[in-house]
Design a protein around this ligand. Structure first.
Ligand code: XLS
Ligand code: MG
Length: 344
């Protein structure tokens, strides 16, 4: 039963451990070597930033970019893997210092749109139809820096440009309320789906819900998933965990709040997430303290925790739960769930 779910992660999830206060602590692993690790770790899908697939893309022609991406596809196929999505990395280039789509500088906005189109070309070469937009710098440090009405209109404009550029591509907005910005313009699933509704083809615009991002917005990740499912817009997920309102931690799934993780697995399973090819994405980071040869445990652990929680979800005493719900005995239901999580 558990085998119904397929898992994915991005090459950035095996990383060298640098943080804003200290340098790398582990040696870098070449992309081709990372790709070889996926299957052994229990993963079938690879998530990409545009420049994960094609490094230095600013210095390459369109033709060269497509050629290089096709080379990556060959590599994936050789390992029995597939590409899940491509995300334009609009937060590192000097042209994106003040954001891409919402920058006050027209040239920067044009650069961001160009990166979107390049990401679509790469997605096509990788034989995948999903673009993820983590809107990292589409926000402000101070309110007066940008006009929030115009900012949203510009995000819609950038999305429409992608929808027109490729008639089959789908877009999953990944909401996050803060970091690196003080406030982001698309902080929650509701905001993302409202933007989708404003676009030229709402059916093709959905969400990527990341556990930590929902928690940082003060929301429950499983309820955010339910909201997206009600609109048929849960295109992908980024499961991880987060210990309170601080920097984005990307902890192993379930490692902070097992019950919160359980409820995410429960809603995904209840509504057949994955049946249309959706991957369970794990956007997790290894602790900085982790040694070189043990820096993939966060991935296998997260997957294992998901599958163990799936067993718990499927072994729930459903008639008993229905009975308690109908009696409105939520205290007893509370105990039943906690006991179930404790294996009692
Ligand atoms: C942010 C991510 C980022 C997106 C994809 O949470 O780590 O990389 O998921 O762009
Ligand atoms: Mg993410």
């Amino acid at each position: 039963m558990a085998g119904e779910f397929r898992f994915s992660f991005g090459p950035w999830n095996i990383h060298e451990g640098a943080d804003p206060f200290g340098p790398t602590v582990r040696k870098g692993i070449a992309f081709a070597k990372k790709i070889k690790l996926y299957k052994d770790l229990g993963f079938d899908g690879v998530q990409f930033h545009d420049d994960d697939a094609v490094p230095d893309l600013d210095s390459l022609s369109g033709k060269q970019i497509t050629q290089k991406a096709k080379g990556v596809l060959k590599l994936l196929k050789g390992e029995g893997l597939s590409a899940e999505f491509v995300a334009p990395r609009l937060w590192e280039n000097p042209m994106t210092i003040d954001g891409g789509y919402t920058s006050n500088d027209r040239d920067c906005r044009e650069y961001a749109k160009k990166r979107n189109r390049i990401s679509i070309d790469i997605a096509n070469a990788l034989e995948c139809d999903l673009i993820v937009l983590w809107l990292a710098r589409e926000g402000t440090y101070i309110r007066e820096a940008k006009d929030s009405k115009i900012a949203v209109e510009r995000i819609v404009e950038a999305i429409n440009d992608m929808l027109a550029y490729d008639k089959k591509i789908r877009i999953a907005i990944e909401p996050k309320p803060n970091e690196p910005m003080d406030h982001a313009y698309i902080p929650t699933t509701g905001h993302a789906l409202a933007v989708a509704a404003l676009s030229d083809d709402p059916k093709r615009v959905g969400v990527n819900i990341e556990t930590a991002h929902a928690i940082l917005a003060g929301l429950d990740p499983s309820d955010e998933m339910g909201f997206a499912l009600a609109f048929d817009k849960l295109f992908t997920v980024h499961l991880n965990d987060q210990n309170g309102l601080k920097f984005d931690q990307d902890k192993s799934f379930g490692s902070v709040d097992l019950r919160r993780a359980f409820n995410q697995v429960r809603i995904l399973d209840a509504y057949n997430y994955g049946k249309r090819g959706e991957f369970v994405g794990l956007d997790v980071k290894a602790m900085r303290t982790q040694k070189q040869d043990l820096a993939t445990k966060h991935l296998t652990n997260s997957r294992q925790i998901f599958l163990q929680l799936l067993e718990l979800v499927r072994s729930l005493n459903t008639p008993r739960i229905e009975d308690l719900v109908s009696q409105r005995d939520y205290e007893e239901l509370d105990l039943l769930i906690v006991n179930h999580l404790m294996g009692r």
